[in-house]
Design a protein around this ligand. Structure first.
Ligand code: ADP
Ligand code: MG
Length: 343
């Protein structure tokens, strides 16, 4: 069942700016949902409305089916982890984590047990007496997570929690957070502008742009069936072309005519999206289109090859290398061509 529902949420700030517009979302209990979009698209604002730090200008938020739109943050069973750790620098780790529990006047023995348990969860057993300043950035963020889950919220909000960490630590923490989500069984709503992070971690991704939802779906849905050019461009690398339907399941773009599987009416102007890993390099005569290699970049697992074809450019991921100047052909399997009706 749905733990949280956002219905037609709009946030307009005093200066008249619409940070979030007609946002609709249903989150199931226990789900790992990610808000993904470029900086400024309204991710934090939406999270702040779920937490209760901001009140929507319009719309309704339901928790377990009951309206909580105006409920203050401390009355919601929801905690937030921010990008900056926001620990109390003068307290040791135990006191940082126990802070909320002490305010609730929980018995000392219970607090000690709970703190010990969450420290195990975040892999910091025995860190109770350490001071904040002796911890690395990654460890501080673990403490912040421990503090946010120690009072067993129903929903944990995480606003770019790994944004301040280096790449290696971030990859490690991604896996740990995912494991933690499984172990705790609580609902996670996660914010990132990093598409790879979103694809790795989420059950469901909400792609956002300019305050609006662009697509909601599983990582596979979003990657394989992007609903519009924004999503295709933002998620993964894409070749994007303007084109036209020339017949039933036939589309013209990038200087060639391709068979496709999306049934769009003849004469319709379209946007065609092709993933770099879906382009097949052939001998010139065997390609649907032809071109000349302009650059080859070694990427470790594959080469990134750019081919100029007339006025167009195609980026290709290939396990085989090529040389600038090579004449090549290119094909794409029909079900790897994503056709969208142009706006
Ligand atoms: P994100 O987290 O996706 O980067 P935010 O939700 O922080 O985006 O911000 C969305 C937009 O709303 C931005 O353009 C930001 O400048 C604007 N904004 C955020 N807070 C306020 C505010 N208090 N007053 C006016 N504009 C704001
Ligand atoms: Mg933000």
């Amino acid at each position: 069942e749905n733990i949280i529902e956002l219905k037609h949420i709009t946030k307009t700030f005093e200066d008249g700016f619409h940070a979030v517009e007609d946002f609709n979302l249903e989150v199931k209990r226990g789900e790992f949902v990610t808000f993904l979009g470029p900086s400024g698209c309204g991710k934090t604002t939406t999270l702040r409305m779920i937490a209760g730090f901001d009140i929507p200008s319009e719309g309704e938020i339901l928790l377990n089916g009951k309206p909580i739109t105006d409920l203050p943050p401390h009355k919601r069973p929801i905690n937030t982890v921010f990008q900056r750790y926001a620990l109390f620098p003068h307290m040791n780790i135990f006191d940082n984590i126990a802070f909320g529990l002490k305010q609730k006047k929980m018995p000392k023995g219970v607090i000690e047990k709970k703190v010990k348990k969450v420290l195990e969860l975040v892999d910091l057993e025995g860190f109770e007496n350490r001071s904040v300043s002796t911890l690395s950035g990654g460890q501080q963020q673990r403490v912040a997570i421990a503090r946010a889950v120690v009072n067993e919220p129903e929903i944990l909000l995480l606003d770019e929690p790994l944004g301040a960490l280096d790449l290696k630590m971030r990859k490690e923490m991604q896996l740990e957070l995912k494991a933690m989500h499984k172990e705790l069984g609580i609902t996670f709503i996660y914010v990132t502008h990093d598409q790879e992070e979103a694809l790795t971690m989420s059950d469901k991704i909400v792609v956002m742009s300019e305050g609006k939802t662009q697509q909601i779906g599983t990582p596979e849905d979003i990657y394989n069936e992007p609903k519009n050019a924004f999503v295709a461009d933002f998620i993964g690398d894409s070749n994007i072309f303007n084109g036209i339907m020339t017949g039933h399941l036939r589309a013209r773009f990038c200087g060639g005519e391709f068979d496709c599987v999306d049934d769009v009416e003849e004469g319709t102007h379209i946007t065609a999206v092709v993933r770099p890993e879906d382009v097949i390099l052939t001998a010139p005569a065997e390609g649907i289109i032809q071109g000349e290699v302009t650059s080859v970049i070694f990427k470790g697992m594959h080469y990134e090859i750019t081919v100029a074809s007339g006025k167009n450019e195609m980026v290709i991921q290939s396990v085989k290398s090529a040389k600038p100047g090579d004449k090549v052909g290119m094909r794409v399997d029909p079900d790897n061509i994503h056709i969208m009706i142009a706006e």
